[in-house]
Design a protein around this ligand. Structure first.
Ligand code: AMP
Ligand code: MG
Length: 270
């Protein structure tokens, strides 16, 4: 089940990003009524395997979430990742680099945030911002952001070689759905705090971001470190799609509980 979904959403050499033509409102053949129960089941199994991952303490899973403002990165973390034991999950929100972060290379803070053995890392934005933002806003010359593709590919490959499985999700929303969500955000006193003036200036740069994202996905999706384009106009589709792919991946990682020490046999606790 998860394998077919992965093939459908992945970016590969035979399946380019093609964001213009990938639907944002696909329901992937699912219906909303049964999706809720299905998500609960998927999250339950995710939690079961994550328990083993943490106990095994040999490999890690890194989930990278990218997408425009209001594409649902925060909602996804809240609806899907909270099903796992928080003792083994590390959620990191990457913001505009500040203070000491600006005194180092761009991967410094990123490497420090990587999940330890046994942990699941969830990144709300990531090192990909260091390619997208400087490019779209003309902050550095083209050769500076283009060479970062090479850095990022090598960095991710190193993490894979050392025991981290990486999944990268681009949450794909339409221009109109972003408008509705940003409007709702400012109109609702419960969410108005989330509004950032940069959301509006970034929205004006929509075509430039489309171009930048298309390039990022094409340049940095590889079989061992894939990007998935997740239709994200419907929150329930977004959540279920990501949860299913995470579950499928955890199954493949197949973490095992450590074997009890032989000397424990026959111990009587008094
Ligand atoms: P949000 O995720 O909406 O809370 O906002 C975080 C903001 O930080 C977004 O506008 C990102 O584009 C920005 N950001 C995150 N990482 C970087 C980075 N490495 N370089 C530039 N801007 C970044
Ligand atoms: Mg924002």
């Amino acid at each position: 089940m998860g394998e077919t979904l992965k093939r459908k959403l992945v970016v590969s050499s035979t399946r380019p990003p093609d964001l213009e033509n990938r639907p944002t409102n696909d329901t992937l053949g699912w219906d909303k009524d049964s999706a809720k129960g299905e998500l609960a089941k998927v999250i339950g199994e995710m939690a079961f395997i994550q328990h083993r991952l943490l106990a095994e303490a040999k490999q890690s899973l890194l989930i990278v979430l990218q997408g425009r403002d209001a594409s649902g990165k925060d909602g996804l973390v809240r609806h899907v990742m909270t099903g796992m034991n928080p003792a083994g999950v590390r959620v990191v929100n990457f913001k505009v680099p500040a203070g000491v972060e600006r005194m180092h290379d761009y991967l410094w803070r990123v490497h420090a945030a990587c999940p330890a053995r046994g942990e699941v890392g969830v990144w709300n934005r990531s090192h990909y911002e260091d390619i997208l933002v400087p490019r779209v806003k003309n902050l550095v010359s083209e050769d500076v952001w283009t060479r970062r593709y090479r850095h990022v590919r090598d960095f991710e490959q190193m993490l894979v070689d050392e025991g981290t499985t990486i999944l990268k999700f681009y949450l794909h929303v339409s221009h109109e759905v972003q408008r509705q969500r940003l409007q709702k955000r400012v109109d609702n006193p419960e969410s108005a705090w989330k509004h950032d003036p940069s959301d509006l200036s970034d929205r004006e740069l929509w075509p430039k971001y489309s171009e930048a994202y298309t390039d990022v996905l094409a340049q940095t999706s590889r079989p061992a470190v894939p990007w998935f384009v997740v239709p994200a106009d419907f929150k329930w589709v977004r959540d279920l799609a990501v949860a299913k792919i995470v579950l499928e991946t955890l199954r493949t990682m197949n973490p095992q509980l450590p074997k009890p020490d032989k000397s424990m046999k026959g111990i009587v606790v008094v």
